[in-house]
Design a binder for this molecule. Structure first.
Ligand SMILES: [Zn+2]
Length: 308
């Protein structure tokens, strides 16, 4: 059991029970209670998704894919609860940020929706969480194998690096969690992101729900089988939550971003805090991961014509 959780559990129990009852209510060392889990849910790594036909509101299979995504999150919640999670926050972190079917999720969780928002795909995380789970995640833009391989924006960015190392969204988001001392304990997606995440973060629990055949193709499990796998994997990850280390990069952190086009690089080059590396790339050094994430959010959100 995590120290923080143990303390919180003890305080809560002490508040409602007389001392004698507290002594008998303390669980054995192996049992876990009162864990707080953060779930960040994307869609490209969800079972069955391979193209825009599933990934956006204009796709003919989008409504079905929303259900798959929602049920994968439900499976992770069931698994986490089986191993002692009692508080769960989910961030809807794909596309318009409004993919999850709220009517089909449990009443005692909360969901973060839409953009822009502070800390992006990790909005709402802080040091009170015991672990983070990434559902439906995908490979980085530098990965030549994964389904829908991209980092933050397939239309605009060709590479994102932290301290010189190419990172998938998994890396950016693990570093945000790490800043708060929260470890990433599990990820689901295709086999390529499972490998990329493990290489980057070390041994975390992975649920591989499809095998990448390329950017546009995969051999996928059936939804029911994927839900079962995710539930079992989440239960296992939370059961051994004390084994995982936060991916804390400390600071300062150097961010390098490469763009498809010239114009954003030229515009960013006017800022004193930005260094132009070449025609398509810039470098920014932030004091910590929060500053780096805030810079990235600005970089992807700013549009002088934006309305409202
Ligand atoms: Zn996505």
């Amino acid at each position: 059991m995590h120290i923080r959780s143990l303390t919180r559990f003890a305080v809560r129990v002490a508040a409602i029970l007389p001392l004698a009852a507290v002594l008998t209510a303390v669980p054995p060392a192996s049992a876990q209670e009162g864990l707080k889990i953060y779930i960040s849910a994307d869609m490209e790594g969800v079972v069955g998704t391979v193209t825009g036909d599933q990934l956006g509101p204009d796709g003919f299979e989008y409504e079905r894919a929303r259900r798959w995504m929602t049920e994968e999150v439900n499976a992770a919640i069931r698994g986490a609860r089986a191993s002692g999670a009692t508080e769960i926050l989910v961030s809807d972190s794909h596309g318009n940020g409004q993919n999850l079917l709220l009517d089909d999720l449990p009443a005692d969780i909360t969901v973060i929706r839409s953009w822009p928002r502070p800390l992006g795909m990790m909005a709402g995380i802080d040091d009170t969480f015991d672990g983070a789970i990434f559902i439906g995640y995908h490979t980085s833009t530098d990965n030549s194998r994964g389904v829908r391989a991209h980092t933050m924006s397939s239309a605009r960015l060709t590479s994102v690096k932290l301290n010189g190392v190419p990172v998938p969204e998994t890396g950016l988001n693990a570093a945000i969690a790490g800043h708060f001392g929260v470890p990433v304990i599990m990820l689901s997606g295709d086999d390529a992101i499972a490998e990329e995440a493990t290489d980057l973060l070390g041994e975390l629990e992975t649920a591989v729900v499809k095998k990448a055949y390329g950017f546009h193709s995969a051999e996928t499990m059936m939804p029911e089988a994927a839900y079962q796998l995710i539930e079992e994997t989440a239960a296992r990850a939370v059961a051994r939550i004390a084994d995982f280390e936060p991916w804390d990069l400390g600071g300062p952190i150097e961010l390098e971003v490469s763009f498809k086009n010239y114009r954003p690089v030229e515009a960013l080059g006017y800022l004193e805090i930005v260094e132009r590396i070449d025609s398509h790339s810039i470098r920014y050094s932030g004091p910590d991961m929060i500053a780096v994430e805030n810079f990235l959010t600005f970089l992807l959100e700013y549009d002088s014509n934006a309305a409202p």
